[in-house]
Design a protein around this ligand. Structure first.
Ligand code: AMP
Length: 193
């Protein structure tokens, strides 16, 4: 994995552990020579990831819609900043530029990005690993819900391993590197579905 899309919150939670976790992710990826593609923002965990990776000499590429540049939330010190028309183009570029996805704590926008990465993997639009960093148990309920989708039958057995989870970044990167692409929906027949 040479470059990862990192999805995270644009907010700054009260508990400083979240900003600190984002800084550790940015610094660690830079130290390992792994580039970052992210939403190009300067606020919250997004800004923290970018600043810490840049300070450690890493490559940080931002992809941001024009409307957010107009709102003055773009980070101006990145290795590259792609300004795009809207969210569809932005997420297409995340997928094209990265060879894996890491989600750390965040809100609605982060969830949109995580679930699109999972849904596109399931369909077969990409075969890259999708990792979830469960910092301080923040995603415990989401992980339980993923299991429930499998138990009830809305998530097919072939796709249960698409969500790769770990409590630490080192553990997550190790699991993501070992990821084996599964049978995507585009290569199934109606009888499999
Ligand atoms: P949220 O988790 O709702 O804070 O949304 C964060 C995700 O949505 C990021 O990964 C970005 O791609 C996008 N996003 C939301 N707010 C911003 C912002 N102010 N600047 C740049 N991107 C943002």
């Amino acid at each position: 994995m040479r470059r990862l899309a990192v999805y995270c919150g644009s907010a700054t939670p009260r508990d400083p552990l979240y900003l600190e976790a984002a800084r550790t992710v940015g610094r660690t990826l830079a130290e390992r020579g792994i580039g970052i593609v992210y939403g190009g923002g300067k606020l919250g965990l997004m800004g923290a990831i970018a600043d810490s990776a840049l300070a450690a000499g890493g490559e940080v590429i931002g992809v941001i819609p024009q409307a957010l540049v107009d709102a003055e939330v773009a980070h101006r010190g990145l290795s590259e900043l792609h300004v795009v028309a809207g969210m569809h183009e932005r997420k297409r570029l995340f997928t094209d530029l990265a060879d894996g996805f890491v989600t750390i704590p965040g809100g609605t926008g982060t969830m949109d990005e995580l679930w699109e990465a999972l849904s596109w993997a399931q369909l077969g639009y990409h075969a890259d690993p999708v990792g979830l960093l469960n910092t301080a148990g923040y995603y415990d309920h989401l992980i339980a819900f993923w299991a429930q989708m499998g138990q009830v039958g809305f998530l097919r057995p072939q796709h249960r391993d698409l969500l790769i989870v770990a409590d630490t970044l080192d553990g997550l990167l190790e699991r993501m590197a070992a990821h084996q692409p599964t049978q995507p929906i585009v290569r199934m027949t109606a009888a499999d579905l």
